[in-house]
Design a protein around this ligand. Structure first.
Ligand code: PLP
Length: 282
């Protein structure tokens, strides 16, 4: 596999960064993940926009222009002959002697790689279970920072308990999934998703799905929802680049609806996947 590292494409064994990289020492960096389905980059403009916003929020200058980042992603997909999977990108503040303070002229480290994995999985038809866990993250969750320890621990714990994933809870409300945006469908057919704020990551797939839902004339409410409302919902699902629209059929100990993916979820999933397959393959 070829990796993009600070201007060159190199075999992964040669893709090395100094241990003084601030991403490694302080989680002082940003990442972004874009799905590839059938050799097409999915929602690439939304992911680019969020990458630019995230680095801006923590004062890192993107070392390459946005248009060039997209070219790097495409080049990696071609070089690694990726048909389905993800492109992962990470920008850190750079390498320097370990010190909380940083100089403003550090040279950011920019790496990107592909992962060959299934995006359209059987889980899209069966649905998944989510464990409920307290949201112990920091208060700028709108920034896609590489500081993911809370989610690493939460997902590991959920796995040990036999759950597929995690939805996080703060003050009785669901914030979002550990690596996804959370949605419910109420008994009167309204799709509910928490509005963007510093409490959650603005999901690119969430935005794409909301736009498609709106175009389709479905009823949307952008508002927070409680654990009880989620467990009482007629459908639930989560969205992320790497899981598209995944039905959630159990929340904690509570089975949602009849335990099978609901009709609105399946419809949105179909519309989303259909849209993702538009455009020219690489
Ligand atoms: N929320 C969190 C905390 C995430 O980590 C992710 C993706 O990794 C998402 C939401 C979904 O975002 P996207 O749809 O852009 O992948």
């Amino acid at each position: 596999r070829q990796i993009y590292l600070n201007g060159s494409y190199v075999p992964e064994a040669q893709a090395l960064l100094p241990i003084f990289d601030r991403g490694f020492l302080f989680a002082d960096g940003i990442y972004e993940v874009c799905a590839v389905i059938d050799r097409r980059l999915v929602d690439v403009d939304l992911h680019m926009k969020r990458l630019v916003r995230s680095v801006g929020e923590i004062g890192i200058a993107l070392p390459v222009a946005s248009a060039e980042v997209v070219e790097i992603m495409k080049e990696l997909v071609r070089r690694n002959r990726l048909v389905e999977g993800v492109v992962y990108m990470q920008v850190t503040r750079g390498s320097a002697e370990r010190d909380f303070h940083y100089a403003d002229d550090l040279k950011p480290n920019f790496v990107a790689f592909t992962q060959d994995r299934k995006i359209v999985t059987p889980k899209l038809s069966t649905g998944i279970s989510v464990d409920l866990q307290p949201d112990i993250r920091w208060q700028r969750r709108d920034i896609k920072s590489v500081m993911l320890l809370a989610q690493v621990l939460a997902k590991h714990e959920a796995g040990k308990k036999g759950f597929n994933d995690v939805w996080m809870v703060e003050d009785g409300f669901i914030t979002e999934g550990a690596s996804s945006s959370a949605f419910i469908v109420t008994k009167d057919g309204r799709i509910v998703s928490r509005a963007n704020s510093q409490a959650i990551l603005p999901g690119c797939t969430r935005l794409a799905v909301l736009r498609l839902a709106e175009e389709t004339g479905l009823l949307l409410d952008e508002r927070p929802f409680t654990v009880e409302q989620a467990q009482d919902a007629s459908e639930a699902f989560l969205t992320s680049a790497s899981s598209t629209v995944t039905p959630v059929v159990r929340i904690g100990e509570c089975v949602i609806g009849d335990g099978k993916p609901g009709p609105l979820t399946r419809r949105l999933q179909a519309i989303y996947l259909d849209q993702a397959m538009k455009g020219e393959p690489l």
